[in-house]
Design a protein around this ligand. Structure first.
Ligand SMILES: Cc1cc2nc3c(=O)[nH]c(=O)nc-3n(C[C@H](O)[C@H](O)[C@H](O)COP(=O)(O)OP(=O)(O)OC[C@H]3O[C@@H](n4cnc5c(N)ncnc54)[C@H](O)[C@@H]3O)c2cc1C
Length: 387
């Protein structure tokens, strides 16, 4: 039997996107997962600008704009399109490009020139540059049938009462669906330790009452816990997707990044293997996913996440009111993880000037604490490791 070029462990969006791209690059590739065809269950949203160009082929809905309510008086309308992914269609399209699918786990992996771990953000097989102490994005979502007109597409709605003392604030993420139903999710952007899911279920019910939304029926439930701000992988073990640290420390998103980086990652693998440099393939893959600027940007975002963890509702409102005063190209690139570090620093400075004393104090306190040192260390490390 001939040895595979690439074995991809995991059949989530990252694993299948990478495997499909490897097949297109002419490599022999298989995916292995406990059930490679198991239906994906998460409701995936993404900015169209971050997705591959053919996103319309598997978009369920694309809203031309989405709204952020900072409070009762302040609102930002953000130009899209913002896309709800038709996960069934996307999964089916990717599966069709990867005919070699095997049931099993990492322990059963057959011989391959390169094994790539895409088994999720907490993969124990992927060594990282530091200890993991993630923040947790936690959300309770439901697909609802409601009475009355569907609401606008809400990326974040921070209106409503403050959370109980000592508990992190949460917002409503809510999208009207074409069939008249509504996907509504109460979300804590980041917390450490993660708030219990049941607490968010109760908050969602209270919020719907307060909004006078009459619920006729409840359909799917989404229970969401996403580890955020994990240290980057060292690059010694081949990894991709959330296993390789793609989860954005400011948003919890990784789908678009995995889809966008699949082609360059597959090209880097093909190039390494074509020269017979199998041992160097993990480093080549890592370099394709984590160019210097991107690794530095992640250090800034992780710092931002730590500052955010200190904020109460009033600060969060001031923070987002200022954040969305950046121009759309700036906040868009920030959310995509594409803003060069120099532009991040400039945006942070402008933000600092605008955001008010309360948030300024929290940013300064974070800079003077261990997270400030960590940022400095990570920036220095990305500089010296490439020089
Ligand atoms: C409920 C929820 C909602 C989310 N919503 C969004 C969103 O709207 N937008 C966005 O960008 N991101 C979102 N995320 C974050 C992130 O994009 C998802 O977690 C995404 O599924 C990560 O893709 P992945 O392929 O890296 O990992 P996963 O989707 O976690 O896939 C891991 C794969 O590895 C397999 N596996 C696990 N262990 C092993 C093993 N030992 N051996 C072999 N295979 C194994 C699993 O069966 C699975 O096939 C969400 C996350 C959650 C949990």
């Amino acid at each position: 039997m001939t040895t595979l070029d690439v074995l991809v462990l995991g059949a989530g969006p990252a694993g299948l996107s990478l495997a499909a791209a490897c097949a297109r690059a002419g490599l022999s590739v298989a995916v292995m997962a406990p059930d490679p065809e198991a239906a994906w269950i998460a409701n995936y949203g993404a900015w169209a600008a971050e997705l591959p160009k053919d996103w319309r082929a598997w978009a369920e809905v694309a809203w031309p704009e989405v709204v952020v309510h900072v409070d009762d008086a302040r609102r930002h309308v953000l130009p899209g399109p913002y896309v709800r992914v038709d996960r069934r269609r996307l999964q089916a399209a990717l599966l069709a490009s990867v005919p070699d699918r095997r049931r099993g786990t990492a322990e059963d992996a057959p011989a391959a020139r390169l094994v790539v771990d895409t088994t999720g953000a907490e993969s124990p097989r992927v060594p990282r540059r530091g200890l993991a102490d993630p923040g947790w994005q936690v959300a309770w979502g439901e697909v609802l049938e409601v009475e009355g007109a569907p609401p606008e597409a809400l990326l974040m709605d921070w209106r409503g009462p403050a959370p109980p003392a000592g508990e992190p604030p949460s917002f409503l993420y809510a999208l009207p669906l074409p069939d008249g139903r509504w996907f509504a999710e109460e979300t804590v952007l980041v917390s450490r330790p993660g708030v219990p899911l049941e607490a968010l279920r109760a908050r969602l019910d209270r919020r719907l009452d307060r909004m006078h939304v009459r619920v006729r029926a409840r359909h799917e439930v989404e229970r969401c816990r996403i580890p955020m701000g994990m240290p980057l992988p060292t690059g010694t073990v081949a990894a991709f997707g959330s296993a390789a640290g793609f989860i954005h420390p400011a948003t919890g998103y990784s789908l678009a990044t995995s889809m966008r980086l699949a082609e360059p990652a597959a090209r880097a693998i093909a190039e390494a293997l074509s020269g017979g440099g199998d041992a160097g393939a993990p480093a080549a893959l890592h370099a394709a996913c984590w160019p210097e600027d991107r690794a530095r940007a992640w250090a800034f975002y992780r710092f931002g996440m730590e500052a955010f963890l200190r904020m109460d509702l009033a600060s969060v409102r001031a923070f987002f009111d200022s954040f969305f005063q950046h121009s759309p190209p700036v906040w868009g690139a920030w959310l995509a993880g594409d803003l060069p570090p120099i532009d991040i620093a400039a945006a942070m400075l402008a933000h600092f000037g605008r955001v008010g004393w309360r948030v300024r104090g929290q940013l300064v306190a974070t800079s003077l604490g261990p997270q400030g040192w960590q940022l400095a260390r990570e920036l220095a490390a990305t500089t010296t490791s490439r020089s």
